[in-house]
Design a protein around this ligand. Structure first.
Ligand SMILES: [Fe+2]
Length: 197
């Protein structure tokens, strides 16, 4: 409902606000639920071998650095597959003007999300999903495995991510001693979850 002052009467009038007007004010016509469905389908397709031609040629996932490949892209949404390695976090970041979502295929991810006064932690296991509205600030990393100590036997930690509109920039943050969030830098990037260090 929208309240406006009538030019004729000077009185307040209420009107139904067209849904289209609300949608056009957002940076994308996609909703978090759409991205969750896209990443879910992407995960199924990866598991079914649809993207085998895009995976590391020798079948061995990189162990030293986070690895990513773009599965699909158009004007509305970018879809990526990410392989996570131990001890590499993304740092606290946002996704600028993009909303995002992910589905974990295998392994697990740790997410630390800024909740206004502190960081809230959650673990996302294989099959779990998460979506990120505008303004979501988080740090993501591979979750420690409690199943195997032998690095060689660890299964890869894989997740499919979608960003809409396609990612163009990210800002990075630090938590101050006063429990506030301070932006430290902004970078132009279309790489998912930022540039691996
Ligand atoms: Fe992120």
């Amino acid at each position: 409902m929208l309240s406006v002052i009538s030019a004729d009467t000077g009185l307040s009038e209420t009107h139904d606000l067209p849904e289209r007007a609300i949608a056009s004010a957002l940076p994308t016509r996609f909703r978090p639920a759409d991205l969750l469905r896209i990443t879910d389908q992407g995960a199924v397709d990866v598991l079914n071998g649809v993207y085998d031609h895009l995976l590391p040629g020798n079948g061995v996932w990189p162990k030293d650095s986070r690895w990513a490949v773009r599965l699909s892209s158009d004007d509305d949404v970018d879809v990526w597959l990410i392989s996570w390695v131990p001890d590499q976090s993304t740092e606290l970041h946002d996704h600028a003007g993009s909303i995002g979502a992910l589905t974990v295929l295998s392994g697990a991810l740790s997410e630390f999300r800024w909740a206004g006064e502190d960081l809230r932690h959650r673990t996302l296991e294989a099959g779990d999903q998460a979506s990120f509205p505008i303004g979501w600030v988080h740090d993501v990393m591979r979750a420690p495995s409690t199943e195997a100590l032998d690095e060689e036997s660890l299964e890869p930690t894989l997740s499919v991510h979608a960003y809409s509109p396609p990612l163009t920039a990210m800002s990075y943050y630090e938590v101050t001693p006063h429990k506030t969030l301070r932006r430290t830098r902004t970078v132009l990037t279309d790489l998912p979850e930022g540039d691996p260090k």
